[in-house]
Design a protein around this ligand. Structure first.
Ligand SMILES: [Zn+2]
Length: 472
């Protein structure tokens, strides 16, 4: 039988080529005509809600929206400054040009930081729409700032907009795999709710779409992609309930009930695993068809209340961040392998400088190591009693940040960080001379116990020997 090609909402001729899983979230496959042009456009804002709420995760993974060249960064404010996160990097971001309060006063020179001159110029062009012309009068050297305190990022996810968007996704997927059932009159109520404007009135609460505590592994096998999304659509045998389950990154999960239908095919369930990291449509998803839909799809596995109070939501987010951190470690290892290959090939007299360069690139990690050592020593002396207060205070100046300084660190901390980097570079240099260095060894030095022990002996012991002599 020929596949219907009329809009599932209004029956007009359906266009083709719209994404079943949103392009903005890395969906790369297009459908066979589910919505007419008008309805496709009508649902666009729903995708925008999802994109906004998932932006931090997508930016972290550098997910490239389909048909675009690069990933979209995530902007956030922390301690009065605006930052941009993409992949493993956080950069200073220009003030939001759409915000009128970011416009500098006319005729008064102001200091602003940008990643590059071209970015500053672009910001100037965007600001012009507020009726102000920006002239760059003086440029300063670029600088690297160490961030000692963690960034504070507030994420919001959910709300009725996201439930509405999830309902739309569920219907699109159901129509993709069950085209004739999706056009049955019995789904009219669900569609009627879907075309309503997204309002504060929570029409979706509970009955049609809800947050789900159970992850995809509770229902189907684990997603084969490391950051894959899972969508299950199908029809329950017995009740004929058309149901869906949608999980983003295997950590934000939803269940959907679309209504009752008359099944017209043998196939009763389709599981789709979507890989937002894939670069081509062909590699972007895997489908699995079955003759029975798991009874748990469209059932309440765990209420939102249980989800939050039982700590499962937090655990799922923690699991996502752990997976991100595993990927980062892998990337770091590969980058270091390349560095060590270069190290082997350079002339003998250039080797030490290259070792320093390598360690300097990861000096953020070295700073964390050094701070950990000093903090441990600080709490040790603090536990010995008030007579050690001078030592505690002395140590504190090595772990204090200093927002006014050009690199964000106090003078003492900067000096000790440099010394620490030299100690580690020296160790890499010595070991590489004996042919005894691997990327894993370098990681152990900049992040692990090996590095800690070395810095304890070479740096902390010296700091303490100076101050303990003072006490005696
Ligand atoms: Zn339509």
């Amino acid at each position: 039988m020929k596949r219907p090609r009329d809009c599932i909402i209004c029956g007009k001729a359906a266009g083709s080529g719209e994404h079943v899983f949103p392009a903005a979230l890395g969906g790369r496959r297009t459908s066979n005509g589910i919505y007419c042009g008008e309805h496709n456009q009508h649902f666009g804002p729903l995708v925008a809600y999802l994109q906004e709420d998932l932006l931090m995760m997508n930016a972290c993974l550098e997910i490239r929206p389909d048909r675009q060249d690069s990933a979209k960064p995530f902007y956030f404010d922390s301690d009065g400054a605006r930052y941009r996160l993409l992949g493993d990097n956080v950069f200073i971001a220009p003030p939001d040009p759409s915000d009128p309060s970011s416009v500098p006063p006319i005729g008064v020179p102001v200091d602003r930081e940008f990643l590059s001159l071209s970015e500053a110029e672009e910001w100037g062009r965007q600001i012009e729409r507020h009726g102000v012309k920006i002239k760059i009068v003086q440029k300063q050297e670029s600088r690297r700032v160490y961030k000692v305190q963690p960034y504070k990022i507030t994420l919001k996810f959910g709300g009725h907009e996201v439930l509405h968007a999830v309902a739309y996704l569920a219907l699109s997927f159901f129509a993709q795999y069950f085209p004739r059932e999706a056009r049955q009159e019995s789904l009219a109520e669900f569609k009627r709710l879907l075309v309503r404007p997204v309002s504060d009135e929570d029409v979706w609460a509970g009955e049609f779409v809800w947050w789900e505590g159970g992850g995809p592994v509770d229902i189907v096998r684990a997603n084969p992609y490391r950051f894959g999304h899972t969508v299950i659509v199908g029809i329950q045998s017995g009740s004929n309930q058309a149901s869906a389950y949608i999980s983003f990154f295997s950590c934000l999960n939803f269940s959907v009930r679309l209504g009752y239908v008359e099944p017209l095919t043998e196939v009763r369930s389709v599981v789709v695993y979507i890989d937002p990291e894939a670069q081509t449509a062909a590699a972007s998803c895997r489908e699995q068809k079955g003759f029975e839909l798991d009874g748990r799809v469209g059932e309440r596995l765990m209420s939102l209340d249980m989800l939050i109070r039982g700590g499962k939501a937090e655990a799922a987010m923690g699991d996502f961040l752990r997976r991100v951190s595993d990927v980062r470690s892998e990337q770091l290892l590969n980058a270091l392998r390349e560095d060590l290959e270069v190290l082997k090939s350079v002339a003998y007299e250039e080797r030490f400088n290259l070792c320093l360069e390598i360690v300097d690139r990861y000096s953020g990690y070295v700073l964390q190591q050094f701070r950990r050592l000093v903090k441990d020593a600080e709490s040790y002396f603090a536990s010995l009693g008030a007579q050690y207060d001078p030592i505690v205070n002395y140590l504190r100046c090595f772990v204090s940040d200093c927002p006014e300084s050009s690199n964000g660190l106090s003078y003492e901390t900067t000096a000790m960080l440099q010394a620490s980097c030299q100690v580690l570079a020296c160790e890499i240099y010595t070991r590489s001379g004996r042919g005894e260095i691997s990327a894993e060894n370098v990681i152990e030095l900049i992040q692990g116990v090996d590095g800690l022990n070395l810095l304890k002996k070479e740096i902390l012991a010296r700091i303490l020997s100076v101050v303990l002599r003072g006490v005696e």
